[in-house]
Ligand binder design. Structure first.
Ligand SMILES: [Zn+2]
Length: 279
């Protein structure tokens, strides 16, 4: 018949063994499962005639069973957690991993030249204005005195988004928008931006390009102001002695009109592919 001392030794031993996580299945089998030591001891105790002793030993074994079961559950949970962590670790992606460094670049050449031109116009008292690239027919054509039958309208083959909306074919929509917002006021406006025309893309054409446009509304403003401003800006851009040329030209929407040429810098007037041999 089992004695209290022996049982205590077994209890101690079982908890010692449980320190080794990998022995957990063995421990369950050896102590807790059907036919294990604990059920064997219960079997023995049931034969005990001394009721006091039976009760005491029974309680002792019962406590052991409960505590060891709890210990086993605790260990099993820990093992499960370790497995899950290992599984997660396997798939872990370090989101703080340093990426490929992209070296800082310059501003786009179009941005650079736009800023340069703005810098030339601002000291002359011009203000910068912007307007939408997606525009209505009204602002792109009608309000610029280009009704549907106007010849200027034939010059642009336009990207229509629907029957009314289109990608602006010039920056002149800015003129209308600024004037509408500032009725009866003197204005000096410079604007730059993307414009779109249905051109076949080749070495010298694209369906999108950048236009820079200035306009002045005021008293006693004459053609000579236009000429003087263009001369000043071109000289600042190309150099004081750079050859430029004004020639009369017909534009259906402005009267009088003029066309301005600057000598082609790469070929210095000799004619090359950039200037299409015009110098
Ligand atoms: Zn050239």
């Amino acid at each position: 018949m089992a004695e209290e001392k022996e049982i205590n030794i077994l209890v101690e031993k079982s908890f010692q063994e449980a320190k080794n996580f990998s022995a957990i299945e063995k421990i369950k089998k050896k102590y807790l499962e059907k036919g294990g030591l604990i059920s064997q001891l219960f079997q023995q105790i049931s034969q005990e005639r001394d009721l006091e002793k039976k009760k005491k030993l029974g309680g002792l074994i019962n406590n052991w069973k409960n505590e060891l079961s709890a210990k086993v559950k605790e260990i099993e949970a820990k093992i499960k957690e370790q497995k899950q962590t290992a599984e997660l670790e396997k798939d872990r992606v370090d989101i703080y991993l340093e990426g490929i460094k992209i070296p800082l670049a310059n501003l786009h050449p179009i941005t650079q030249i736009t800023q340069k031109i703005y810098d030339l116009f601002l000291p002359l008292g011009y203000q910068i204005a912007e307007s939408p690239e997606i525009e209505t027919e009204d602002y792109n054509f009608n309000k610029l005195n280009m009704p549907p039958e106007h010849p200027a309208r034939d010059m642009h083959d336009t990207f229509y988004l629907d029957t009314n909306l289109l990608l602006r074919t010039h920056t002149s929509n800015t003129q209308i928008r600024v004037m509408e917002n500032n009725p009866n006021q003197e204005l000096k406006i410079i604007t730059a931006g993307k414009v779109y025309r249905r051109d076949e893309d080749d070495a010298t054409h694209t369906h999108q390009f950048t236009q820079i446009e200035g306009f002045v509304v005021g008293r006693n403003i004459s053609f000579s102001h236009l000429k003087g401003t263009l001369e000043l800006v071109l000289k600042k851009l190309f150099g004081e002695n750079h050859p430029i040329r004004f020639r009369p030209s017909y534009f259906p929407f402005t009267e009088p009109s003029v066309e301005v040429d600057a000598q082609c810098p790469p070929c210095q007037g000799q004619g090359c592919n950039i200037c299409k041999k015009t110098g």
